[in-house]
Design a protein around this ligand. Structure first.
Ligand code: C2E
Ligand code: MG
Ligand code: MG
Ligand code: MG
Length: 291
């Protein structure tokens, strides 16, 4: 009986009624315990150098492995974590875990970079730089292997103080990128105030690349902009060969998407991407042949 209720409860979470206060409170309680119970895990999605098909960096993407309800995607619980302040301990855990992992992987993959997502709440919270500095110290990790991703709208939300924070992170030697670029409302004038290394064009532009000419020009213009600003340009959400070919004709040098690989657990990354002499995953070798 109780179990049945539990199930129903979860169904509600994943629907639009999830916004109801009582359901949110229940989920919050579970999420509060998730860290202690080690239910949070990081998966990693490759970012590929498009001309060679080589692995360039990995983006750490969080999942919640709920004991009864299975894997829950970040889209479902990160907003709640942000509303409740739980994003602070969760975000700190993500940073530590991703740094620990890249430290190990860099022993055999010398130029590997780890991308970590930062929410606006983390960015705006005093002490972020100190926390990150401490993590890098504890792990003895070169700051240049860490790349923080901030969405365009998060970066713009408190422009002046965010510029200051990002400059301090940059000064520490950490790499910075704007995530989901094109979905926010940033003016290009503001963009150049951030000490950026990378621009990630949002998946929505790549999806509609096949649809029409206007989108073509937008993507092309964004790539030109990034290259003009000497930024590393990453196309997110590449799913098809034709999308890959199009972004390559724009001179976009890096890509991420299901065509290459989904986000995977650490051991699967090792199996599929690190083994010397082993062939690359099917989708990738096919994609590279076609391109
Ligand atoms: P994001 O940072 O833009 O991450 C990319 C998302 O797009 C990931 O979803 C990834 O699995 C998905 N994706 C990648 N390639 C493709 C593709 O070819 N097709 C499609 N349909 N999807 C693709 P995921 O893992 O569900 O993450 C969603 C969002 O949750 C992330 O968007 C990020 O904003 C947030 N997030 C994930 N992990 C963390 C975290 O540790 N901290 C914070 N603050 N946010 C996180
Ligand atoms: Mg991201
Ligand atoms: Mg993104
Ligand atoms: Mg996104």
């Amino acid at each position: 009986q109780a179990k049945k209720r539990g199930k129903n409860r979860w169904v509600i979470f994943s629907s639009d009624m999830y916004q109801r206060k009582s359901e949110r409170t229940l989920m919050e309680k579970d999420l509060r315990r998730a860290l202690d119970r080690e239910e949070l895990v990081l998966n990693y999605q490759p970012i590929i150098k498009l001309d060679s098909g080589e692995l360039n960096s990995l983006e750490a993407l969080i999942r919640w492995k709920h004991p009864e309800h299975g894997f829950i995607s970040p889209g479902k619980f990160i907003p709640l974590a942000e509303q409740t302040g739980l994003i602070e301990p969760i975000g700190k855990w993500v940073l530590k875990e991703a740094c620990r992992q890249v430290k190990i992987w860099r022993e055999s993959n010398k130029s590997l970079i780890m991308n970590v997502n930062l929410s606006s709440k983390q960015l705006e919270k005093a002490g972020l730089e100190r926390n990150i500095y401490q993590i890098l110290q504890d792990i003895n990790l070169d700051p240049a292997c860490l790349n923080l991703e901030v969405t365009e709208s998060a970066a713009m939300s408190k422009l002046e103080s965010n510029v200051r924070t990002l400059k301090r992170l940059k000064f520490m030697g950490i790499r910075l990128s704007i995530d989901d670029f094109g979905t926010g409302y940033s003016s290009l004038a503001h963009l150049q105030r951030f000490p950026l290394d990378e621009l990630k064009i949002d998946r929505s532009f790549i999806i509609s690349l096949k649809a029409g000419k206007a989108c073509h020009r937008i993507v092309h213009a964004i790539v030109e902009l990034a290259l003009g600003l000497k930024l590393k340009m990453v196309a997110e959400g590449i799913e098809t060969n034709s999308q890959l070919n199009m972004v390559k004709t724009f001179n976009c040098h890096y890509g991420q998407g299901f065509l290459f690989s989904k986000a995977m657990a650490a051991n699967e990354i090792e199996k599929n991407w690190f083994t010397v002499g082993k062939e690359r995953p099917f989708a990738l070798s096919q994609a590279m042949k076609a391109a």
